[in-house]
Design a protein around this ligand. Structure first.
Ligand code: BV8
Length: 262
């Protein structure tokens, strides 16, 4: 792990009151969940490679795909939901929950903006989580918008039908944000506020190619925040942050915490 960058990042965090963190799929990689993009680990079996190497987002993660083939799309999301339920939070999730409590004990705070739909941050104890792309744990009625949290057991009907609307005529869809859909307004507002108010913005485990989420770190920098990236691979923002830490989140986040407590 590059010592200078992580030491400088820890110093910036030590002086910060308000911290904003943007996380992506890389934070859950060490929990065994597949990322969407990235080189990944060539030693892993193909069924652990990045999802978009095996699946086409246009035929699975768009409203048009759901309209054309709701059975295929909902089976794919149910397969992923079951995988998320079986996964456990890792050291990065736990470390971010600890950092939130540490900042609060010093009169500050942490806003955790996540692109992840797996709810692992909440399961690790993070309290102030903004789900930018929704969650796979909640599904919603395509007719009335009512939300429901399906039981942990695998669903049996595809596409699943909504219990709330007349004669089960409407379909259920995962409450995630697909390509071409707007992000929830309250989430966007919370993210914009966090990027405006934070002293330090950390971008962890994200390829920084999906917008508008990828823009928040640059907005924070423009507002005067110090910026930190944690990712084993370079991304489009690596050259634009103050400190780019080339390491796994499950190693770098606990190391940052240890330095903060020194
Ligand atoms: C919208 C759904 C308004 C849920 C996903 C501006 C410029 C260009 C394009 C656009 C733009 N504005 C909007 C767009 C279009 C589009 C977009 O950004 N396209 C890109 C790809 C070009 N954006 C949208 O459509 C968004 N909506 O803008 O609405 C609008 C509407 C209509 C018309 C105009 C405007 C909606 C985006 C939501 C997409 N939803 N999925 C699901 O199925 O889960 S996308 C998918 O990517 C995931 O959900 C995820 O949330 C998201 C981001 O990915 P990452 O989390 O970053 O993960 P990724 O795999 O890419 O990277 C993992 C990283 O981890 C890698 O870098 C790897 O190195 C690293 N890593 C690996 N191991 C570790 C690690 N890091 C740390 N530790 C490790 N151990």
């Amino acid at each position: 792990m590059p010592h200078d960058a992580i030491q400088a990042a820890a110093n910036a965090l030590r002086g910060a009151r308000r911290v904003a963190v943007l996380t992506g799929a890389g934070v859950s990689a060490e929990s065994g969940l597949r990322t969407f993009r990235g080189a990944g680990n060539p030693d892993l079996p193909p069924d652990m490679h990045a999802l978009w190497k095996e699946f086409d987002p246009q035929t699975l993660a768009t409203p048009e795909a759901f309209a054309a083939n709701p059975e295929m799309v909902t089976r794919w999301y149910e397969w992923r939901r079951i995988g998320c339920l079986a996964a456990a939070p890792n050291a990065a999730h736990a470390g971010l929950a600890t950092l939130e409590r540490l900042l609060e004990s010093r009169g500050g705070g942490l806003t955790l903006l996540t692109q992840n739909v797996d709810r692992l941050h909440q399961r690790a104890g993070s309290r102030h989580v903004v789900e930018l792309h929704g969650t796979i744990m909640v599904w919603r009625c395509t007719r009335c918008g009512a939300r429901t949290e399906p039981a942990p057991e695998p669903m049996r009907e595809f596409p699943p039908r909504s219990a709330c609307c007349e004669q089960r005529a409407a379909l259920l869809r995962p409450d995630v944000v697909w390509f071409g859909e707007m992000l929830p307004e309250d989430a966007l507002r919370a993210a914009a506020r966090a990027a405006e108010e934070c002293d330090v913005f950390m971008s962890i485990g994200t390829s920084s190619v999906v917008y508008p989420a990828a823009a928040f770190v640059l907005q924070a920098a423009a507002n005067g925040a110090k910026t930190i990236e944690i990712n084993p691979e370079p991304t489009p923002i690596s050259g634009r942050v103050d400190w780019s830490i080339r390491a796994k989140a499950g190693e770098a986040v606990p190391r940052l915490l240890a330095l903060l407590r020194d």
